[in-house]
Design a protein around this ligand. Structure first.
Ligand code: IMP
Length: 435
């Protein structure tokens, strides 16, 4: 009964998509469990005869590009039907055969509506200088409605006799908040009509996906849980309030899929070889100026550090070992996959934060979680860099000694093994780390 969970150990954008792509080859079911279309995974679809096509998936599990898999959008998610159908149509156009027979959404997932998106933007504006830097996709307001027990679940869309009225009431309530924030109200009838159309198209996709995952696991099939965002953006465990409104951690995977803990086989934490963040919030190892541009790239390449969903330049910094240890503990990681090691090539020295200092005291663990990191100054260890381009290397023994040394040091700090490192953006550019 193997359930493998992939989570980000940082603030998202660790390159989970490519690890999922690798692991999906052995999975029967690929499942998203948290968030919505705030995530962004770049996938490449290979079609016989017409080569490869690369595009971004924000909502549908990226493992579905492998034809043998089935996809699940779990109960922990918030689903914008407009995005869902746009992605479905893009996949179909790319030659991926996909429909209700191999893609299902949990009846208990919540709907995102245009009212949620409008509220997200209006609330963000109202925060003024305290902005979180949300993706504007309506994530926070949709989860707020869920917690306030007034949300619209996918299940509601199945009963068309009441759905229209529920939508009207939802938009009317949101309009009151929008007007209070000084924003134009939405046309409730128009929104309700659009969602009535979506409801008809959504119906064959809605079921009890937790039951399906459980039955598949009982038959010995493999389920791969695809985390979106990262540990430090977790609503409870992250750098609150600069977090998303869901639980991108391993515990969130269980609740967000409707499964218990027994089937877990591996919990794989994806870690970039350095640290990045989009949006506001603490970032102790952040770099500025030239050094930052060096790690971020200029945006000329699709893999440079600019947001997949919003295009915003990402903040960048040195790998933070204190936060990595925290992510290992919090998720119960069995292993780490490291991405983007090649980006560090050419640096004279590479720094890793191994502990924090505050008030003359050294901390290897966070005393009160990551919400308030302002008192802490990173303590760095400096490692020798390497000059060789790693992108054409495939074997551990071909990596420069300094690159091997960097990986070994990160393993020591994290306390779990690193299974693989990626050394370039293409599928094959991965090196297995020697045991
Ligand atoms: P929200 O999820 O749109 O509410 O945004 C809340 C915070 O999470 C903001 O700082 C976003 O930049 C961040 N965030 C949300 N989704 C992602 C993601 O997929 N990658 C990186 N950051 C994200």
């Amino acid at each position: 009964m193997p359930l493998d969970i992939v989570v980000g150990t940082q603030w998202g954008d660790e390159g989970k998509g490519r690890i999922v792509d690798l692991l999906a080859k052995q999975a029967d079911i690929v499942a998203r469990f948290n968030g919505g279309d705030n995530a962004g995974h770049t996938v490449t679809v290979f079609t016989e005869g017409s080569g490869s096509q690369t595009f971004k998936l924000h909502l549908i599990p990226s493992g579905v590009v492998h034809a043998h898999t089935s996809g699940i959008l779990g109960s922990g998610m918030v689903v914008n039907p407009a995005t869902f159908f746009a992605e479905l149509d893009a996949l179909l156009a790319a030659g991926v055969s996909i429909g209700p027979e191999r893609l299902q959404i949990s009846f208990a997932a919540h709907l995102i509506t245009p009212a949620h998106r409008a509220l997200d933007r209006a609330q963000e504006m109202a925060r003024g200088s305290g902005q979180i830097g949300t993706t504007g996709r309506g994530i926070g307001p949709a989860y707020t409605d869920r917690a306030a027990r007034r949300g619209l679940r996918l299940q509601d869309a199945l009963d068309r006799s009441t759905f229209h009225e529920k939508m009207l009431a939802h938009v009317a309530a949101a309009n009151q908040q929008l007007v209070a924030l000084g924003v134009e109200p939405l046309d409730a009838q128009a929104v309700a009509k659009d969602y009535n159309d979506f409801a008809a198209r959504l119906a064959p996709y809605i079921s009890d996906t937790g039951l399906q995952a459980w039955l598949a696991l009982k038959q010995g099939k493999a389920v791969l849980a695809e985390g979106a965002q990262g540990t430090l953006l977790d609503l409870d465990a992250g750098t609150y309030p600069f977090v998303t409104s869901s639980n991108p951690t391993a515990a969130g995977a269980l609740l967000g899929l409707g499964l218990g803990a027994a089937p877990i086989r591996r919990v794989i934490g994806v870690t970039k070889a350095f640290q990045t963040r989009v949006g506001a919030g603490p970032f102790p190892t952040e770099l500025e100026g030239e050094a930052a541009t060096r790690l971020r790239g200029t945006g000329a390449n699709p893999w440079d550090e600019f947001g997949t969903t919003t295009g915003r330049p990402r903040r960048v910094g040195w790998l933070d070992g204190v936060l990595l240890r925290y992510a290992v503990r919090l998720n119960g990681l069995t292993e780490i996959m490291m991405t983007k090691l090649d980006v560090l090539s050419g640096l004279e020295k590479i720094r890793i934060c191994t502990a924090y200092r505050a008030g003359g005291v050294e901390y290897e663990q966070l005393p009160l979680g990551p919400a308030d990191l302002s008192p802490f100054k990173p303590i760095y260890e400096e490692l020798p860099g390497w000059q060789a381009d790693l992108q054409s290397l495939h074997r551990w023994e071909d990596l420069p000694a300094a690159a091997q040394n960097y990986i070994r040091r990160v393993e020591q700090i994290a306390g779990v093994p690193i299974g693989q490192v990626s050394v370039g953006p293409e599928r094959g550019q991965v090196v297995d780390v020697a045991a």
